[in-house]
Ligand binder design. Structure first.
Ligand code: SLL
Length: 255
């Protein structure tokens, strides 16, 4: 029996899409508090889900639900269109639940993320950051993975060239080629920019730097392991020697 319309999946295919989620917080300037902010509030902050380098992600992301701390009025905020963000003022840090709802064509269930809202500086030079009243940014690069997307969603994701359908009818080439082709045609890909910029730290360059850093760190760990193994072997050798000499003399003494 054929699958109902819109539910046929592109087998053996996984498609991922990168995005950023997190928060930015601004300590109030005591001389210029935002209008209407409660007496005990100290910061303005924003929690967000956005594309890398401002890329429009609304072709796969339909809406985002942010669940704030219960001290907030209407703590469940649903954002139906980009920018997917909530701006608020407050005094305390807390965990924000972020639920991603995908476009209906995707037939995908929503996915939940958590973000710790950061109001206070962290990392290096905390005192300096406080004194300058630097914004506090806490964000993560993330990838959503669509495993065997339904055909209509596959087309949406890759630029809508109808390749999935053609493939299904046996008119087209293999999955990989189809993916490349449609990406070129529609410009919808998982690619991140080649270089980073002041506004966007996520790029192929930073990724490759990070990979180099991991490779270097792995080498260091391997070297330390080797040294420690050698030390252990040496100690075992000494121990065996001691057992031989001391062990026999003890036995001899007992006799
Ligand atoms: C803390 N567990 O103790 C956290 C709670 C609550 C955050 C943080 C104010 C909300 C409002 C606000 O910042 N709540 O006044 O509407 O740090």
């Amino acid at each position: 029996m054929p699958a109902p319309a819109g539910t046929k999946r592109v087998r053996g295919t996984q498609i991922y899409r990168p995005f950023v989620f997190g928060s930015e917080a601004y300590p109030f300037d005591p001389n210029k508090r935002p209008e209407g902010a409660a007496e005990d509030h100290t910061h303005q902050w924003r929690v967000f889900v956005r594309g890398i380098n401002g890329e429009d992600i609304s072709y796969w992301l339909k809406k985002v639900q942010f669940k704030l701390h219960e001290t907030y009025a209407q703590c469940v905020r649903t954002i139906e269109a980009p920018p997917f963000e909530v701006t608020e003022t407050g005094w305390g840090e807390f965990e924000i639940q972020i639920k991603l709802y995908f476009v209906p064509e995707s037939m995908e269930k929503p996915q939940t993320l958590w973000h710790s809202l950061k109001l206070h500086p962290y990392g290096a030079d905390i005192e300096g950051k406080k004194a300058r009243r630097d914004p506090v940014i806490s964000q993560n690069y993330e990838e959503v993975l669509f495993n065997e997307p339904v055909e209509q969603f596959y087309d949406l994701l890759t630029g809508g060239t109808g390749f999935a359908q053609q493939q299904a009818k046996g008119k087209s080439t293999k999955g990989k080629q189809a993916l490349q082709h449609s990406a070129a045609a529609g410009g919808r890909t998982a690619e991140i920019p080649h270089s980073d910029s002041p506004k966007n730290p996520y790029s192929q360059k930073t990724e490759s730097k990070e990979l180099d850093r991991i490779t270097e760190a792995t080498k260091v760990v391997e070297r330390i392991l080797k040294e420690e193994k050698a030390k252990l072997l040496e100690r075992e050798r000494v121990l065996a020697g001691l057992k031989e000499t001391e062990g026999t003399s003890l036995l001899q003494k007992k006799r």
